[in-house]
Design a protein around this ligand. Structure first.
Ligand code: SF4
Ligand code: SF4
Length: 189
C-alpha cells in the first residue's frame, strides 16, 4: 500500500524529463496537443496519452508505440500547450532512449521509419547534405525491399526531381566535427 505523500520511483519519467528538459508532471491532460497534432489520428497513442504513460512509468508500452516515430516535430502542439511543455522534444527524447536501450520495435512501419532516420543522418554525416538517389537505394537495401518505388524512378530522374549526383557542401568537414561533438556530449550526459 502506498502511504500518503510517499514518493514513487519512476526512472522512466526521470530519464525523459532529463533528456527533454521538460517536466511532464506539469501536464494536466487538457488534450489541446491532440486536437492540434496533424498526425495524432495515425498514432497508437496521441501526445496527451504518451504524457500520461510516461507519468505512469509505462516504459515498454511507450517504446512499442509508433507515436514518437510518427511525430513530425512541427511543434503545433507545444505552441498551444498551456503548461508550455516542449512536446516534440519529449517525443525526441523517447526516440533517443529507445535507440540507446536497443529496443526492437515489432511494428514494421516503425522499423522502416527508424531505418529512414538512421540513413538520413548518415547521409548528412557523410556528405553534409542529403543525397536522394543514394538514400533511396540504401533504404531499399537495408529494409530488404529492393524494388520498392522503382517504377517511379525513371520519371523522377527525367524530370530532374532526383539529381543523379550530389552537390559538394563547402564545409562538410565542419558538419562531421559537429556530429563528433554531439556524440561526445551524449556520452557525458
Ligand atoms: S496540451 Fe500540454 S497540458 Fe494539455 S494534454 Fe497536451 S501536453 Fe498535457
Ligand atoms: S510536434 Fe509531433 S506531436 Fe506535436 S503536433 Fe507536431 S507531429 Fe504532433
Amino acid at each position: 500500500m502506498i502511504a500518503l505523500g510517499q514518493q514513487i520511483e519512476n526512472k522512466f519519467l526521470e530519464a525523459v524529463n532529463k533528456k527533454s528538459g521538460s517536466n511532464i508532471l506539469e501536464c494536466y491532460q487538457c488534450g489541446k496537443c491532440v486536437s492540434t497534432c496533424p498526425v495524432s489520428s495515425f498514432m497508437d497513442f496521441p501526445p496527451r496519452e504518451i504524457m500520461q504513460m510516461v507519468k505512469l512509468g509505462l516504459k515498454e508500452e511507450t517504446y512499442m508505440a509508433n507515436s514518437m516515430w510518427f511525430c513530425l516535430t512541427c511543434a503545433a502542439c507545444s505552441s498551444r500547450c498551456p503548461r508550455e511543455i516542449d512536446i516534440p522534444r519529449v517525443m525526441e527524447a523517447i526516440r533517443h532512449l529507445a535507440i540507446e536501450e536497443n529496443v526492437d520495435p515489432d511494428n514494421p512501419k516503425v522499423k522502416a521509419i527508424r531505418k529512414f532516420h538512421e540513413i538520413f543522418l548518415d547521409m548528412i554525416k557523410r556528405y553534409g547534405r542529403n543525397y536522394e538517389l543514394r538514400m533511396m537505394a540504401e533504404f531499399n537495401i537495408r529494409t530488404r525491399n529492393l524494388f520498392k518505388d522503382m517504377h517511379l524512378a525513371p520519371k523522377a530522374l527525367l524530370k530532374g526531381k532526383i539529381p543523379l549526383g550530389h552537390e559538394k557542401v563547402q564545409r562538410a568537414k565542419a558538419i562531421q566535427r559537429m556530429f563528433k561533438m554531439a556524440e561526445k556530449l551524449e556520452k557525458i550526459k
